[in-house]
Design a protein around this ligand. Sequence first.
Ligand SMILES: Nc1ncnc2c1ncn2[C@@H]1O[C@H](COP(=O)(O)OP(=O)(O)OP(=O)(O)O)[C@@H](O)[C@H]1O
Ligand SMILES: O=P(O)(O)OC[C@H]1O[C@H](OP(=O)(O)OP(=O)(O)O)[C@H](O)[C@@H]1O
Length: 213
Amino acid sequence: MLTVAMPKGRIFSEAIALLKKAGYDLPADLEDSRKLMIDVPDEQLRFILAKPMDVATYVEHGVADVGIAGKDVMLEEERDVYEILDLNISKCYLAVAGLPNSQVHDVAPRVATKYPNIASTYFREQGEQVEIIKLNGSVELAPLIGLAERIVDIVSTGRTLKENGLVELERIVEVTSRFIVNPVSYRLKNKAIDEMVERLSHVIERKGTSDEN
Ligand SMILES: Nc1ncnc2c1ncn2[C@@H]1O[C@H](COP(=O)(O)OP(=O)(O)OP(=O)(O)O)[C@@H](O)[C@H]1O
Ligand SMILES: O=P(O)(O)OC[C@H]1O[C@H](OP(=O)(O)OP(=O)(O)O)[C@H](O)[C@@H]1O
């Protein structure tokens, strides 16, 4: 039995679709359920449904053998897990944004973000001193209300920035979801994990090729 940590929220449906495409026979109502632990005995799988930021924590502690997590989470949390596969789903990127034409005069401008580690590493590498303000969501609000001069947040379509009158200033890193594995599970359950990786890679490789479209 493999325990798979799945991120609830926007990655979930794409991840389930990918597993189904890879040939896993999963219950149709998986996405409507409020259950947080779901066994699929025919496939020898147990799913646990976690907050996206927590997936790598479950995998690092070995209560899940494998999991699916955004690259943003992997960079922010730096968990001791193997990142085996880029699943190429839930594409977006992390960027610095702010109000247009805003002049930053402060010695240490304030940067609001859900990603304090990524943001401080980025600005340190740029040689810029900033004050990081940690938020848990609606980060685009911060410059509008005067909490921060800049933000570091996810951009996908750019709609949230646009509708709040913000502009992208610098692109930090591209983000997609990754298949991650607990190092001990990888030794003990190598066959089952390798099979899942193989089946998933097969589906990812075919994605976007001309005979698939
Ligand atoms: N706008 C977006 N488009 C595509 N992928 C995104 C977007 N925002 C976040 N992601 C990816 O999805 C993951 C987060 O998903 P989601 O937004 O459902 O979680 P969340 O922000 O923790 O949600 P909440 O705290 O509101 O439940 C991120 O780690 C990132 O990899
Ligand atoms: O470029 P877009 O397509 O507009 O997507 C980007 C928005 O999506 C995410 O927010 P989410 O919906 O997860 O809300 P939150 O920030 O409050 O968690 C992200 O934090 C941005 O705000």
